[in-house]
Design a protein around this ligand. Structure first.
Ligand code: G3I
Length: 380
C-alpha cells in the first residue's frame, strides 16, 4: 500500500509549550508539555484532519480556524461541498464557500478532501423530482465533471459515494440506484477518475464494524478492482460511542479493508457521551426522535461534563488511537467530525438541542483531556 503522507510538504505552525495564540475574543492555548501540534506528532503515521463548517471557511469563527490550521494537516468540508449547496438548481453552480474552503487548505498546505459527490441526503430538490433516468444521469455526469474538474490538482481526495449500503450489506434503494441502476457506484467512480486522474477516490460509509454491512462494501470494492475501476480507499465514518464498537470490531474494519490493498481512512470520528436508549447506532440522519426533545434524562450534562465521564472519553480516544498507531501502515487519514464540542452535529442528533462533548476541544476552544492523551501517545 502506498502511503500518501510524503506527498505534500507541510508547513505546520508549531505550538510551543504553553504557547498562546491570540484569537478574536479569547485564547486558544496548548497546555501540553510538548512543542508539537497534534498533526506534527502524527505526521509520519497518517494525516490528521478536521471537518470544518461554513463559519470557519468564511472566516466568521477565527478561534476554530486557528485550532484547525495549528493542530490539523487535513480538512473536510462539513456541508459546503454537498450537492444542495453546490448545484441547487440545474446547472446553476454556487462555488462561493467551496472556493474559500480550497483556498484555506492551499494557504495552509493541507491535505484537502472533497465531501461528497454522490449522496442521497442533502441532494438538490430538482434531482429528487427529475423523472427521466437519462436526464438524471446527465445531471450526475455534469455535476461530477464540473465540480471535480474545477478543483483538479487542488482537492486531493474525494468521497465519491457516501452511504450507499444498507445494514445487511445490500445496496440502499436510493434515487441514484433507482435512476442509474445497480452499477451506479462504478459509473460515478469512473466519472470522477476521468475528471481528475490524480485524485484519491474514496467510498465512505458508517457502521462498517457490522460484518454484514462491511461485507457488502468489500464485495463492491472487489468488483470495481476486477473491472479495473479506480478506488483508493474506504472511509469508515467512525461516529462511535464510549463503549461501542469494541476495539476488536474496529480492528476488524482495518484488517478487512487493507486486505483488499486499499487505504483505510477514519473519516468522521466523534464519540457521543449521551444516552442512546433505543440502541440507535450509526449516522442515518433521517431518523426523527423529536418526542425526546427537552427530556432531562436524555440530556444529563447541560452544565458541563462530569470529571469521571471526561476521563472515560479521554481513555476511549487513547485506546482507539493506540489501535490506529498499531495499524499506521494501513491507515492514511483520521479526520474528526468537527473542531469543538459546541458546534458538533451531535448536539442536534438524534435529538435536537442537547449538550454533547464528542470532540477534542471544549466549548471555550480549550484542548480537553482526550487531546492531551493523544498528543502524549507519540514520543517526542
Ligand atoms: O442550511 C440551513 C440554514 O439555511 C438554516 O438556517 C439552518 C437552520 O438549522 O439549517 C441549515 O442546514 C443545516 C445544515 O446541516 C447546514 O448547517 C441542516 O439543518 C442540518 O440538518 C445539516 O446537518 C448536517 C448533516 O450532515 C445533514 O445530513 C450536519 O451539519 C453534518 O455534520 C452532517 O454530516 C454527515 C456527513 O455529511 C455524512 N455522514 C454523517 C454525517 C453526520 O450526519
Amino acid at each position: 500500500m502506498i502511503k500518501k503522507i510524503g506527498r505534500f510538504t507541510f508547513t505546520v505552525i508549531t505550538v510551543a509549550t504553553v504557547s498562546i495564540l491570540s484569537c478574536a475574543n479569547g485564547l486558544y492555548k496548548s497546555n501540553t508539555d510538548t512543542t508539537d501540534s497534534l498533526s506534527d506528532k502524527y505526521k509520519d503515521l497518517f494525516h490528521l484532519g478536521a471537518a470544518i463548517n461554513e463559519d470557519i471557511i468564511m472566516g466568521r469563527d477565527s478561534q476554530s480556524k486557528n485550532i484547525v490550521t495549528s493542530e490539523f494537516n487535513s480538512i473536510t468540508p462539513e456541508n459546503s461541498l454537498k450537492w444542495m449547496y453546490l448545484q441547487p438548481f440545474p446547472n446553476k453552480f454556487n462555488f462561493g464557500a467551496a472556493d474559500k474552503y480550497v483556498e484555506l487548505g492551499k494557504k495552509n498546505n493541507m491535505h484537502i478532501v472533497g465531501h461528497a459527490l454522490v449522496w442521497h441526503n442533502q441532494l438538490a430538490d430538482f434531482m429528487k423530482t427529475t423523472v427521466s433516468p437519462d436526464e438524471f444521469t446527465n445531471h450526475v455526469e455534469n455535476h461530477i465533471n464540473t465540480v471535480v474538474s474545477r478543483y483538479k490538482g487542488e482537492i486531493h481526495a474525494w468521497d465519491v459515494v457516501n452511504e450507499a449500503f444498507n445494514e445487511d450489506g445490500s445496496l440502499r434503494p436510493s434515487v441514484f440506484k433507482k435512476q442509474m441502476g445497480d452499477n451506479y457506484i462504478e459509473d460515478v467512480f469512473k466519472l470522477a477518475e476521468t475528471a481528475d486522474p490524480d485524485a484519491d477516490l474514496i467510498y465512505n460509509d458508517y457502521n462498517l464494524y457490522k460484518p454484514a454491512k462491511l461485507a457488502g462494501v468489500l464485495k463492491m470494492v472487489k468488483r470495481l478492482q476486477a473491472n479495473g475501476t479506480k478506488i483508493n480507499a474506504i472511509g469508515a465514518q467512525a461516529h462511535w460511542r464510549l463503549n461501542s464498537p469494541s476495539l476488536d470490531e474496529i480492528e476488524q474494519i482495518i484488517l478487512h479493508i487493507s486486505e483488499l490493498g486499499v487505504e483505510v481512512m477514519f473519516t468522521e470520528l466523534d464519540i457521543t457521551v449521551l444516552p442512546n436508549p433505543w440502541e440507535l447506532v450509526g449516522a442515518e440522519v433521517t431518523q426523527n426522535f423529536s418526542k425526546f426533545e427537552g427530556d432531562p434524562k436524555m440530556d444529563p450534562y447541560p452544565k458541563g461534563l462530569p470529571k469521571s465521564v471526561e476521563k472515560q472519553l479521554a481513555k476511549r480516544y487513547e485506546d482507539i488511537f493506540k489501535l490506529f498507531v498499531k495499524h499506521q501502515d494501513k491507515i492514511s487519514r483520521v479526520t474528526f467530525w468537527g473542531v469543538m464540542d459546541k458546534h458538533s452535529w451531535l448536539n442536534d442528533w438524534p435529538i435536537n438541542g442537547r449538550t454533547n462533548y464528542p470532540l477534542l476541544f471544549d466549548r471555550n476552544y480549550q484542548p480537553k483531556k482526550a487531546y492531551n492523551k493523544l498528543i502524549n501517545l507519540i514520543g517526542n
